[in-house]
Design a protein around this ligand. Structure first.
Ligand code: NOJ
Length: 900
């Protein structure tokens, strides 16, 4: 009998039980580091050992107690980045260094060494404006930019490095005597989890013994930190208390709790810090379990002992300490020196790559459910969208479409003719996305299993046999060793789920840390990067399927730094409650600033049945989030958009149509993310880095630099308080065209059909004027331009356009990149990138100018062939808007519109 049948696996059983998961105090390497750090044992640089080898400066560091030499290497990396690596000088065996995340070997720049005051070394860039000051004893590095100490490393003395050892029992008496770095006495063995760590019924046997590492960073005058997804937490990182570190350990946490620092599906060990005038980043390249502690010390002013009549005062600047601890690997950390948020985004993507350019369809609306039952069901739901005039782009099939959860197969009864079903969707210019999990059912009649088994593609256990876990849905399974498989599929587009990896009845529902991967690496070393490889292999498989021609689309639940190169990420099993709608915003903002622009949350909430108002509000919010998919678990009521009465169908239709209308803007923003590393969804502080008030805002955000979105996330709301930043800015309500000066909070009345969206003065937003059944139906449809004037009466904007699916934009320069600028009452459409060519018959049909104070006497279009043509216009003095309709200005050619 199959395991899944032996034991009823019910969805309810999975509701988050925090006892299944460990908190810091139940993590042995955390306890060890805490205990050891309390002894305040210091490291010292051996200045005699400093050498310059190729592109790095190297030196030894020695701990006063253990005397084990560590080798430190410092690199200058192009684009104002420093890299610090610390490893054992001669480890018993190689320690894991994370491969495949950096897009290429980072190009280095020369650092010029010089001696500082006694006992210190200085490494400076060519210009001399960026320097590392290395103090020998105790070991400390100060990062200095233009005479300002931006960051200090190991100033709290939290450098920690467990060197690999011979198992206690196998050592000679002499070796045991010499061992002083950690307390290995028998009584302490269990508590410190050196060679063996228990958690409930699970025992983790550590063949390599303790191997954890740690280091502290003090960020001077920084009080606002962001990043290190994934947590269901606020956008601004909070201070951590005792035993309450942010955990980076990819786990399948069904219905995760919000406002919690426990690790959920993915990890990006990268944080950003921002203050007035500077943004910096720390990228800790380590794929083992990682904990991050954060502590801000506010600025203080001391009064020194009064010596004379006036008491002297001393100011201590505020700073935030960040303490990284990882279970294994080496210290490999990149310091991104900014100084602006865009510089930091560029620096990070220089290392890990930019957001993949998505196929256009994937920016439309996606309809998913666990599960659409059969081909008939799919057909009916698809028809429902047309019947109710609601656009959508992709139908999704969850695990039940397979033959007994054997991925890459079809249930023969329910999906007897999958090709025909796909043809139907294709005829509607829509797509199909199917799920594929990494657990492969053990079944000698299952071709995927047989192939993977024969080729040794499964993860192994300690005994060298294929690691057997229980796939949550399909019983006994082996796990594809993603780091050793190319991956290929016939099916259109893919959804990678359960790839933390989720192992039902495994420790914390995941894989034992001592399972063995290709290259003999323990799972412990690379746990957090498993999902990254799953998505990478899947995306590469899809590219191979089209012989390199077509862009893939792969949605993944688990991710790591650099996952942006392979597709989209969603926030997993959220709940149909208002609080989860609300938290989706900071969760997505955090993903966005750590490189992953293509992200979204299940619309409506995956678990439970949303009340109708919540569902409507969720569609409205989701329409303005990058990945837009409705999804629900089994046992929930059906919730296709037309099942809640005519009025609510209308509201959901409107929200989805707003999304489709804005697709030219979305696509252009994704192009910008792809080529220029700027996030699509941006926290306000990124666009307004000098406005303190924006630093902790997470109930509203910017979409690109032009639109400010403030989704309604409260039930029965009648008013929302919207902060419109920037004292020199002007903002326009996208529906009413009402206008406000920036730098104030305005009370916006909201009805159930209001989505508070504001366009920033000074921007031009391209839209589509007619909406089709899917993006495929809108290729030829006309454009509109929404020109919102700045206080100076000008604006700029862009449009990017290509075939929407292939790599020809890249290999054959088949794209159009247009620039719109409005200045001195003339709107100009010109090329933003002469390299690109793409024939398009599309025209700009409408132009709306917001904030035009004076009624024009005439409006004339001027085309590149020299022809002038007067056009009809409408001016509304009340809203100061000028509206031009029925234009026929080709999007691909240069032209001007003169307002006289
Ligand atoms: C868990 C995923 O998070 C969810 O979206 C999916 O529906 C179920 N697995 C079933 O595949």
């Amino acid at each position: 009998m199959e395991a899944a049948e032996k034991e009823e696996i019910s969805v309810k059983d999975e509701a988050v039980d925090k006892n299944i998961f460990r908190d810091c105090n139940r993590i042995a390497f955390y306890r060890r580091q805490k205990q050891w750090l309390s002894k305040k044992s210091t490291y010292q640089v051996l200045l005699d050992s400093v050498t310059t080898v190729e592109d790095s400066t190297r030196f030894q560091i020695i701990n006063e107690a253990s005397k084990v030499p560590l080798l430190a290497e410092i690199y200058g990396i192009e684009g104002n980045i420093f890299r610090l690596k610390i490893n054992e000088e001669s480890p018993l065996k190689p320690r894991y260094e994370v491969p495949d995340v950096l897009t290429s070997k980072p190009s280095t720049v020369r650092l010029i060494p010089s001696l500082g005051d006694t006992g210190s070394l200085i490494l400076a860039n060519e210009k001399g404006d960026l320097r590392c000051h290395i103090t020998a004893n105790p070991f400390k590095i100060d990062l200095v930019s233009e005479e300002e100490v931006v960051m200090s490393i190991n100033s709290l003395g939290q450098l920690y490095f467990e060197h690999l050892q011979i198992l206690h029992k196998q050592r000679t008496a002499k070796e045991n005597e010499e061992e002083a770095s950690v307390d290995t006495s028998q009584e302490n063995q269990e508590d410190l989890g050196l060679w063996e760590e228990k958690f409930g019924k699970f025992v983790d046997i550590k063949a390599n013994g303790p191997s954890s590492i740690g280091l502290d960073f003090s960020l001077h005058e920084f009080e606002h930190l962001y990043g290190i997804p994934q947590h269901a937490e606020s956008h601004q990182l909070k201070n951590t208390g005792d035993g309450d570190a942010y955990r980076l350990y990819n786990l399948d946490v069904y219905g995760y709790q919000i406002h919690d620092k426990m690790g959920i599906y993915g990890s990006v060990p990268y944080l950003l810090a921002h203050k007035l005038g500077r943004t910096i980043g720390i990228f800790w390249l380590n794929a083992s379990e990682t904990l991050v502690e954060i502590n801000t010390e506010p600025a203080v002013e001391y009064t020194l002992t009064q010596m004379g009549p006036v008491a002297a005062k001393q100011k201590v600047r505020s700073r935030t300490h960040v303490h990284w601890m990882s279970e294994s690997g080496i210290i490999d950390v990149f310091l991104l020196t900014g100084p602006t948020p865009s510089d930091v985004f560029r620096q990070y993507s220089h290392l890990t790559g930019t957001q993949a350019m998505p196929p256009l369809f994937s920016l439309g609306y996606h309809q998913c459910r666990w599960n659409y039952e059969d081909e008939q069901d799919v057909k009916a739901v698809d028809a429902g969208f047309d019947e109710h005039d609601i656009p959508y782009d992709a139908m999704w099939l969850d695990i039940e479409h397979t033959e007994g959860k054997r991925y890459f197969t079809w249930d023969k009864k329910r999906f007897a003719n999958p090709k025909k079903m796909q043809e139907l969707l294709r005829s509607k210019k829509r797509k199909l996305v199917v799920i594929s999990d990494p657990h492969i059912k053990i079944d000698p009649d299952y071709s995927v299993y047989v192939k993977a088994k024969d080729q040794g593609f499964f993860v192994r256990n300690q005994e060298g046999e294929d690691f057997e876990g229980v796939g949550k849905w399909n019983g006994d399974s082996y796990y594809i060793d993603i780091i050793n498989v190319g991956g290929s599929t016939d099916i259109l587009f893919l959804w990678n789920d359960m790839n933390e990896p989720s192992v039902f009845r495994g420790p914390e529902q995941t894989m034992q840390k001592n399972a063995i991967h290709h290259g003999n690496w323990e799972h412990r070393e690379l746990h957090n990067i498993y999902g990254f490889y799953h998505q990478m292999a899947t995306a590469e498989g899809l590219i191979q399927r089209s012989k390199g021609k077509e862009r893939p689309f792969v949605l993944t639940r688990s991710f790591f730094a650099g996952s942006q190169k392979y597709g989209a990420v969603w926030t997993g099993d959220n709940t149909a409650e208002w609080s989860y709608l609300k938290i989706s915003i900071p969760m997505l903002l955090t993903l966005s600033i750590t490189g992953i622009s293509f992200c979204g949350a299940d619309i409506g909430g995956f678990i439970g049945n949303p009340e109708t108002e919540l569902l409507v509000r969720w569609y409205q919010a989701g329409a303005y989030q990058p990945f837009f998919r409705g999804h629900a678990t089994m046992n929930t009521k059906r919730r296709e958009p037309w099942l809640f009465g005519e009025e609510h169908t209308r509201l959901i239709r409107e929200a989805i149509r707003e999304r489709y209308g804005l697709l030219p803007y979305w696509y252009s923003l994704f192009y910008h993310a792809h080529v220029a590393s700027q996030p699509v969804m941006r926290p306000l502080w990124v666009e307004f880095p000098n406005e303190l008030k924006t630093f902790d805002m997470e109930d509203e955000y910017m979409l690109g630099s032009a639109l400010l979105i403030h989704p309604v996330t409260e039930p029965k709301a009648t008013i929302v308080d919207v902060f419109l930043p920037g004292s020199n800015e002007v903002w326009y309500d996208c529906k009413t065209f009402a206008c406000w000066e920036g730098g104030c909070t305005v009370k916006i009345p909201v009805a159930l059909d209001t989505i508070p969206v504001f366009q920033r003065g000074g921007s031009v937003v391209p839209i589509k004027t007619t909406i089709g059944k899917s993006t495929g139906w809108m290729t030829e449809s006309s454009y509109g331009l929404r020109v919102a004037l700045s206080t100076k009466g000008s604006s700029v904007g862009e449009l990017y356009l290509d075939d929407g699916h292939s790599f020809q934009y890249l290999h054959q320069q088949q794209f159009l990149h247009r620039k719109f600028s409005f200045c001195s009452s003339v709107l100009i459409n010109s090329s933003a990138d002469q390299r690109g060519h793409y024939p398009s018959k599309c025209v700009v049909e409408q132009i709306l100018v917001l904030g035009l104070r004076k009624e024009p006497s005439s409006v004339i279009t001027h085309s590149s062939d020299g022809k002038d043509q007067p056009v009809a216009f409408m001016y509304c003095a009340k809203t100061s808007t000028l509206s031009l309709k029925n234009l026929s200005l080709n999007i691909a050619t240069d032209w001007e519109v003169h307002i006289i």
